[in-house]
Design a protein around this ligand. Sequence first.
Ligand SMILES: C[S@@+](CC[C@H](N)C(=O)[O-])C[C@H]1O[C@@H](n2cnc3c(N)ncnc32)[C@H](O)[C@@H]1O
Length: 278
Amino acid sequence: MTPTLHRRLASLVCAVLLPLGHATPVTPTPLVEDVPFITTPDHVAVAMLEMGGVGAKDHVIDLGSGDGRIVITAAKRFGASGVGVEIVPELVAQSREHARRAGVEARTRFEVQDLFATELAPATVVTMYLLPEVNLALRPRLLALAPGTRIVSHDWDLGDWLPDRTLTLAVPQKTIGLEKTSRLHLWTVPAKVDGLWCAAGGASLRIEQRYQALQATLDDGPERRSYSGRIDGTTLHLLGSGGLAWIASATDEQLRTAPAAGSSAAPTWRRSTGAECP
Ligand SMILES: C[S@@+](CC[C@H](N)C(=O)[O-])C[C@H]1O[C@@H](n2cnc3c(N)ncnc32)[C@H](O)[C@@H]1O
């Protein structure tokens, strides 16, 4: 998809949200005609940041940052640093002024920038209030972020990348629509553990991964066992017929099982580049 098409998609964000009753136009400033601005209500912004577990060590990037309130709240209330990217220059100027008044200038930055051209890697938390199509266009880049990075989206999901958690909040100020609610979705970027892992004694663990969901098969001599489970950031939980069988932490090259894990789990597994374990 070209950047221009991305921009056109993104510019529809608020046009779609308006009929859903989220509109809270807070500025009389003339805006770029096809990029109207809609805010996340303050209590919803706080809930998004709480849901993302935002704290003083976090760096929040808000994609399409509007008047800057999510990044400013992240800094003022949660002690985080943050960056807001927004294509409407007047909104960026407003955001900078709001940050100055809130006393969080030093920990926040606002840039006039296309969200599709934004470097996302520094984020520990990404927030967004965009459109379903825009979320989907962003999904490969979100999925490629460091394992453990949290993503919080207001109202729209990420298609078949199912959220870890969804929260529905009352938003009484919604003026249109039958349901006066906002839905918030949280994802934690999973480590990529799909493939074959080998233990020192010759055992193999073959993992099939779909986003956070895992299926695994252990082959250890005559023993063959199947597990299903999940990965939360870098932590795997694999369940066997008797319940929780494995807990392991993942890096790109290694799985390390927790001491409490089942006795059949070797302590360390290395990623195999071949089709079989040696
Ligand atoms: C629904 S508003 C959300 C504002 C803010 N994040 C909030 O939740 O209060 C979406 C914002 O995205 C901005 N936007 C739309 N397309 C964009 C793009 N391609 N790059 C950066 N910002 C964009 C719009 O100008 C608008 O301010």
